[in-house]
Design a protein around this ligand. Structure first.
Ligand code: SF4
Length: 398
């Protein structure tokens, strides 16, 4: 499919909306009361620190809702105002935050249900309003909804669109897009739908494996078995790794994306010589500012003397998980929770250890004076963070 021509035509359609509906002011008031917090503002104003009783909170200097997410959520509220009685659907969780998604359900905004792991679009009728989330939707989904005559409200973050444009550039010159991301993540699923040839690498180890193959050859069957769910149809590593371009899931660790880009650059230079590098390698900076800022703030915070770290965000939120990884890398006792409800009676905490299932930790808050580092992912409202802090203060004061 000519994805570029399709998206250009879609954007001109009267059924396609991506700029809101002129209700921004009313919605801002609702959003403020639903998601903002005076406590968090107080901490921000106080150099990101607040002490009460035995507890000192050190908040990361960049955390929580990014503007892309805020914009997407505001657009959903605006959409409900614009279409007060029409069925409204979202192709996926608008963002990875359970409380926000519940708010949307309460506004009678439906999520496309899954049947046997696949989205069941049969619930959508002609004329229904369908919202595309902040991390986008695949071009096939957009085409389906357009053909069906739905009104499409596109909240895709411009940073994600920037990655798609990069993939289009790769395609134009017949480069294979090497996408640093998770092949099951909705954003990466959307990104790869714009690519012609692609290979998705999860981390540096996978990138090194591929680069070794490029430089030294290897076991083609083994490579294909390893990446069979993470490459384009008909992918041939002997043919399709001669020209590569780098793209990324915007919420991956910035340093890792950079390292992966540099590794491919080095390998292509070694294989083809510096004078031919441009013919074999392309890279554009598509790391989103918000992800970068949150990671940089976390790097500073984990340098401090902290007794423990609380990382707040959806369990399937990629950028939140990365924040927790950073605390763990510094050997800081770190708990990933998604809401205040995870703090259980009796000094118990239900939390998600990295890459493991939920577990309950007894006596999670130490006795005496403690310094607690706190951060939250890009899809977490301040109010959720404030609720957690209030609960910690209350527990320690009891
Ligand atoms: S994390 Fe970045 S790419 Fe994702 S929605 Fe926020 S601003 Fe956009």
């Amino acid at each position: 499919m000519d994805t570029k021509a399709f998206t250009r035509a879609l954007k001109q359609s009267e059924n396609y909306h991506r700029r809101g509906f002129g209700h921004a002011e009313e919605v801002a008031g609702v959003m403020n009361s639903a998601y903002q917090s005076n406590l968090i503002q107080e901490i921000r104003n106080n150099n990101y620190t607040l002490s009460r009783g035995d507890v000192t909170i050190r908040l990361a200097e960049a955390f929580g809702f990014c503007w892309g997410v805020e914009r997407a959520v505001a657009m959903v509220y605006e959409t409900r105002q614009q279409f007060p009685t029409e069925p409204i659907w979202i192709t996926n969780e608008i963002i990875h935050n359970p409380s926000v998604n519940q708010d949307l359900r309460d506004m009678q905004v439906g999520f496309i249900p899954l049947s046997e792991g696949k989205k069941n679009f049969s619930v959508v009728d002609k004329g229904d309003v369908v919202i595309l989330p902040a991390f986008g939707a695949s071009v096939q989904e957009m085409q389906f909804l357009n053909d069906k005559g739905c009104k499409i409200v596109d909240t895709t973050c411009p940073w994600v669109t920037k990655v798609w444009n990069t993939v289009e550039k790769h395609k134009k010159k017949a480069y294979t897009s090497i996408i640093h991301g998770k092949y099951t993540h909705e954003e990466t699923v959307a990104t790869r739908s714009f690519a012609d040839k692609y290979l998705i690498v999860l981390n540096m180890a996978e990138a090194e494996y591929v680069c070794d193959y490029i430089l030294n050859g290897g076991d083609k069957q083994e490579l294909m078995a390893k990446f069979y769910r993470a490459c384009s149809a008909g992918f041939d590593p002997d043919r399709d790794l001669e020209q590569v371009g780098i793209a990324n899931q915007t919420t991956m660790l910035k340093t890792e994306t950079e390292q992966i880009g540099k590794l491919f650059e080095r390998i292509m230079m070694k294989k083809y010589g510096p004078e031919h590098l441009n013919r074999h390698f392309q890279s554009f900076n598509t790391i989103c500012d918000a992800t970068q800022e949150r990671q940089d703030a976390m790097l500073l915070l984990v340098e401090e003397q902290l007794d423990l770290m609380v990382v707040i965000g959806g369990f399937n939120s990629s950028n939140t998980t990365h924040l927790q990884e950073m605390a763990i890398a510094r050997n800081i006792l770190s708990y990933h929770i998604d809401s205040v409800e995870r703090i259980l009676p009796g000094n118990r905490l239900e939390h998600k250890p990295l890459h493991e299932d939920l577990e309950v930790k007894e006596n999670w808050l130490p006795e005496g004076q403690i310094i607690v580092g706190v951060t939250s992912g890009a899809s977490t409202p301040d109010k959720v963070v404030a609720d957690v802090l209030e609960k910690i203060f209350a527990l320690k004061a009891a």
